[in-house]
Design a protein around this ligand. Structure first.
Ligand code: TPP
Length: 298
């Protein structure tokens, strides 16, 4: 891995206002460093935008366009069209990025269009599994039974009632040339996957599971630990898909039980110490077991 002597060598400068230890910011910095300085970014609204561009400053050392929640993919398509006109599209990487609210829900229609047009754009979703920036509302990426501000557990419910969408599979179904998932627990894997993605011409999707410290209710220093546990329990499969094949990151040893992961989040605290919670954890274990089987993670 590249070694940095000082933080100013990164393409996202220090001085942003993300939470110390934010999994998303750390991952975004790795993504951009891996893309290199010849990159133009279209960024959806969300934490990544708000924390890096406090007026009149910017942490971005490359051209960076803030778009709406809905349309970083369409803005990226426009950037690519302009680069083609200038004959620069082979030299410059176009990166579109956003959170899970933007990717799974509100920007999804335009992402689908970008993929349908087979545009040579890398789309990266920083999946905090919640609308972090506006106060932790549930998104289409929120896991079953998570306590969010729109899915509080009560006598009738155990939190979020829905199983999350599988955007990786949705990207594969669109015919993306490269699709991958990883987590903020594996910095070297993030860099390798971005570099690998950029060897393909066409639509590419990378999803990175990233902690949201207040949204998940974890401590500032836990990003790497949580990212690793999500993989080692099977709750979040880490894989690449290209040339019609999956290439998975195997779980080292026996997969851990999901409660090893769940018990560390405040958003799952209500699942512990009661019978209903035990049943709910069994259901979540079942989701992880199915992932392990489906992606052959052992
Ligand atoms: C159409 C629209 N709806 C709602 C908002 C308000 N809004 C701004 S950021 C945000 C949450 C972003 O969530 P996500 O995409 O998951 O990114 P994160 O903040 O988690 O990184 C919302 C709801 C908006 N800007 N535009």
């Amino acid at each position: 891995m590249q070694k940095y002597k000082n933080p100013n060598q990164h393409l996202i400068a220090p001085g942003h206002t993300a939470c110390p230890g934010c999994g998303q910011l750390m991952s975004a910095r790795l993504v951009l460093d891996a893309c290199g300085s010849k990159t133009i970014i279209a960024n959806a609204t969300g934490c990544l935008e708000v924390t890096t561009t406090k007026y009149p400053t910017s942490s971005w050392k490359v051209p960076w366009v803030h778009s709406l929640f809905e349309n970083p993919s369409a803005v990226a398509s426009g950037i690519l069209a302009a680069l083609k006109q200038k004959g620069l599209d082979k030299e410059i990487t176009v990166l579109a990025q956003g959170g899970d609210g933007s990717t799974f829900d509100i920007g999804f229609g335009l992402i689908s269009g970008m993929w349908e047009r087979k545009e040579n754009i890398l789309y990266v979703c920083y999946n905090t599994e919640v609308y972090s920036n506006t106060g932790y509302q549930a998104s289409g990426a929120t896991p079953l039974d998570a306590n969010t501000t729109t899915t509080p557990p009560d006598k009738k419910s155990m939190g979020n009632a829905f199983i999350r969408k599988n955007m990786g599979e949705i990207a594969i179904a669109h015919g993306c040339v490269y699709v991958a998932q990883t987590t903020c627990g594996y910095p070297a894997d993030i860099i390798n996957k971005v570099k690998k993605a950029l060897t393909f011409t066409g639509p590419k999707y990378l999803e990175i599971l990233t902690t949201c410290i207040p949204g998940w209710g974890v401590e500032n220093e836990m990003a790497v630990q949580m990212g690793k546990l999500a993989h080692k329990t099977g709750i979040y499969p880490v894989f690449e898909y290209y040339d019609d094949e999956y290439h998975v990151m195997k779980i080292p040893g026996e997969p851990l039980k999901v409660d090893e992961y769940l018990k560390l989040h405040k958003r799952f605290k209500h699942l512990f110490g009661n019978e209903r919670g035990k049943e709910a954890i069994k259901q979540i274990q079942n989701i992880a077991d199915k992932n392990i089987e489906k992606y052959n993670l052992k």
